[in-house]
Design a binder for this molecule. Structure first.
Ligand code: IMP
Ligand code: MG
Length: 391
C-alpha cells in the first residue's frame, strides 16, 4: 500500500485495507444471500464507481441463477438545459415481479439513491434493495438508508477500489481518505457533536459521560439527574416523576420530551459544542422526538454508543452503587424491574439505530480507560471528531 497519494493538489492517506474490504464484502454477500436466495434476483451495478465492488460482491454471493446488469444514472446527453433530469440508462431487462438489488459505491447526500429507487419502483419489481460499499450518514440530506452497507464512514472524500477523483485512482486496491489539514483546525469548524449513550442501568453511562465531557467539550443531559433534582426540590414535576421512578417504570414519553426540550434550550443559550444524552431516549417515540428536537435547532444526532455489559455484572454493580450512594432505586427488586423494562422497552432502540447506521456497540466491561479508548475510536471513525488528548 502506498503511504500517501497526491491527486489534483489533494493528499490521500490509507484508510481501509484490501483485507478489510474483502471481509466486509463477504459479510454483505452473506446478508444478501440470506435475504434473497431462491428468489432469482437481478443485480444492477451503477457505473462507473461500483464496478469493482459489484464484481467482488457478485462472485462472493455464489447464487448461480442471479443476473447482473450495468446501468448509469445520468442526464440525457447533449441536453445541458435539462442537466438536472437524470434517468437510468442501459437497463434492458424487464424488472416486473423481480427482486432487484442496486449496487453502488457510495451514498453521500443520498439524492442519487433516493431517485434511483423511486425510478426503479415504477418498473413494478417485487422488491428493490440497495447495497453500498460506503455510506456517509453525516452527509445525508435525505435520510436515505441503504439496506446493506459495507462501511459507514465520516463525511470526507474517498478514493480507490473503484472510486475516483476526476476519473483517477479507481485502480487502487485499498481505499484512501483525504488528509485533514491539522487536528485542531479540523475540529474548529465542525458542527456540533451529539451523542446518545445507551445501555442497561449500571452499564457505565455516567462514568463514560464524564470522560466524554472532558475530551470533547460536550454538555451532558442526564434525564435521570434532571428528574432527581426536581424530586429533591419537591416540585410538581418531581412529584409526578417520583411516582414512576420509585416503581422502576419509565416516565411517559410526552413528559420526558418536554423536559428535554427545555434542557436543550438552556444548553443552546450557553453555546454548547455538542450534547451527550444519557438515559434518553428510552423508547422509539422518544428517539423519533429527539431527531425532531435536534433538527429544529439545525443539528442532528451523530452516533449512539451502546455499552454492553452482561446482566449478572449489572446487578452486582447496581447493588454496590446502592450501598455506596444510597440511590433509592438501586435495590434488588427495583433493579430487576428496571432491567426488565430495559429489555422490553429500551433495547429495541438498538435495531432502530442500527438501521440508521448510527449504532456503535462497545464492550462495557474491563478497564474504564480502555472502554473509553474504544468509544473515542468509534466516534472518530464514524464522525471524524477527534478527542482533545491522546493517551
Ligand atoms: P449522492 O449520494 O447523491 O450525494 O451521490 C453520491 C455520488 O457522489 C457517488 O456516486 C459519487 O459519484 C460521488 N461521491 C460522493 N462522495 C464521494 C467520495 O468520497 N469519493 C468519490 N466519489 C464520491
Ligand atoms: Mg456512484
Amino acid at each position: 500500500m502506498e503511504e500517501r497519494i497526491a491527486i489534483n493538489g489533494l493528499t490521500f492517506v490509507p484508510y481501509i485495507t484490501r483485507d478489510r474490504i474483502q471481509a466486509e464484502v463477504e459479510r454483505v454477500a452473506a446478508e444478501i444471500k440470506r435475504d434473497l436466495e431462491g428468489r432469482d434476483p437481478v443485480f444492477l451495478c451503477v457505473l462507473n464507481g461500483a464496478f469493482i465492488f459489484a464484481a467482488d460482491l457478485f462472485r462472493e454471493l455464489g447464487i448461480n441463477e442471479s443476473k447482473i446488469n450495468f446501468v448509469r444514472y445520468s442526464s440525457y446527453s447533449g441536453t445541458s438545459s435539462l442537466g438536472q433530469v437524470k434517468e437510468i440508462m442501459g437497463l434492458t431487462e424487464d424488472l416486473a415481479g423481480k427482486d432487484v438489488v442496486i449496487i453502488e459505491d457510495i451514498v453521500d447526500t443520498g439524492l442519487t439513491a433516493t431517485k434511483m429507487v423511486a425510478d426503479l419502483r415504477k418498473r413494478n419489481p417485487r422488491s428493490v434493495r440497495f447495497a453500498t460499499l460506503l455510506h456517509k450518514p453525516v452527509s445525508s440530506t435525505t435520510g436515505f438508508q441503504p439496506d446493506y452497507v459495507a462501511f459507514t464512514i465520516p463525511p470526507k472524500f474517498i478514493i480507490g477500489y473503484g472510486l475516483d477523483l476526476d476519473g483517477k485512482a479507481r485502480n487502487l486496491k485499498d481505499i484512501y481518505i483525504v488528509e485533514s489539514e491539522s487536528g485542531s483546525a479540523e475540529n474548529k469548524d465542525k458542527e456540533m457533536l451529539n451523542l446518545v449513550l445507551f445501555g442497561a442501568p449500571g452499564c457505565g453511562k455516567g462514568t463514560q459521560s464524564a470522560k466524554l465531557i472532558d475530551e470533547y467539550g460536550l454538555h451532558h443531559i442526564s434525564t435521570g439527574e434532571v428528574l432527581r433534582a426536581q424530586i429533591a426540590q419537591g416540585t410538581e414535576l418531581g412529584k409526578t416523576a417520583e411516582a414512576y421512578i420509585s416503581k422502576g417504570q419509565l416516565i411517559p414519553d410526552e413528559l420526558m420530551i418536554s423536559i428535554l426540550d427545555a434542557e436543550l434550550d438552556k444548553l443552546m443559550a450557553d453555546g454548547a459544542e455538542g450534547v451527550i444524552f444519557d438515559g434518553f431516549p428510552r423508547t422509539i417515540p422518544q428517539a423519533e422526538a429527539l431527531e425532531g428536537l435536534l433538527e429544529k435547532r439545525g443539528t442532528k444526532l451523530h452516533a449512539v454508543i451502546g455499552l454492553d455489559v452482561p446482566e449478572e455484572e449489572l446487578i452486582v454493580r447496581l447493588i454496590n452503587r446502592g450501598k455506596e450512594t444510597g440511590r433509592a432505586d438501586d435495590n434488588l427488586e427495583t433493579i430487576k424491574n428496571r432491567l426488565d423494562v430495559y429489555h422490553n422497552q429500551t433495547s429495541p432502540l438498538k435495531d432502530h439505530y442500527k438501521k440508521q447506521g448510527k449504532y456503535l456497540p462497545i464492550k462495557g466491561t474491563g478497564v474504564v480507560d480502555e472502554i473509553f479508548n474504544d468509544i473515542a475510536q468509534g466516534i472518530e471513525h464514524h464522525t471524524g471528531h477527534k478527542r482533545r488528548t491522546r493517551k
